[in-house]
Design a protein around this ligand. Sequence first.
Ligand code: GLN
Length: 334
Amino acid sequence: MNNVSYELRDKDKATAIIEEAMKKAAKKITKGHVATYIPELGKVDPNQLGICVLPVEGEKICLGDYDKRFTIQSVSKIIMLIMALEICGIDRVTEIVGAEPSGEAFNSLVELDREDSRPYNPLINSGAIAVCGMLIDEISFQDMLRFTRKICCDEDIFMDRDVFESEMRTCSRNKSIAYLLESKNIIKSDVDDTLKFYTKCCSMSVTAESLAHMARVLANDGVSMVSKKRFMSSRTARIVKTLMLTCGMYDGSGTFAITVGIPSKSGVGGGLMSVSDKRAGIGVFSPALDSKGNSIAGVDLLGRIASKLRLNLFYDPEWTKDDHETVGKEIIQT
Ligand code: GLN
């Protein structure tokens, strides 16, 4: 029996597993809240849950609200990073941003007040804003939108102006981050232009299916299964996936790595993009968030299907979400 993605090759069986998991995960929605610090996001209906799984080999599975539009928010940090690594190169990127988990909230600025410090990693606001400061010397937002449409196989992606304007009116923390980065000479371009570019990228309107397409390109080492086009070097794909595993869920990344074990990136719009390496790209949407800003039902859903569909990195044949067994004191006798 082939251990890799065996269940995904049987579409009916996999669909039944995901449907069952969705019913259980949907119960979590009432325990979360939609983001309100961007007022426009506060208007979103929390009772939505959708998933799209695109296997590297096998047929796509789309369920629930997989085609509903929502703003990409922090999942766009992945696209910013891909662009920066491809256009500016790893040396310039590592000059301005680290590659370590932060253990702080996604919009934290504490680390920036220390002398000689850089943002911990490119998947939190400070790191991504630093990356945008570098990117705006090289590309326009239109270039970003064009690339996003191609890698997501979704020509309908647009910039949601209401969400953009709503966030621009309320982004005092991001402004503070950007000015601190300028004071440290990490941002050398115009601060307002950097923030506008960053916020426009966060306001791109996508679906769970669009995110699954981007995830599958990453799962397939940077090459699209649809167009056969290479979107990034395999090294860029590897760096991005590694950072997704260690930093993609902010200060919830370690727990998520244990309970789900699939490199993922979340956004406060309720999106989740997960890369099951060489197996599948997964997009999830459910806008009610937990206290760390991650989709509460989305994370639960991924946890339920990861092991059953053999999508996680460290496969554990005895593990299911509902049943954990430990060896206990017997371990001493081995
Ligand atoms: N646009 C949001 C912000 O900068 C993105 C944050 C997120 O998705 N975690 O605050």
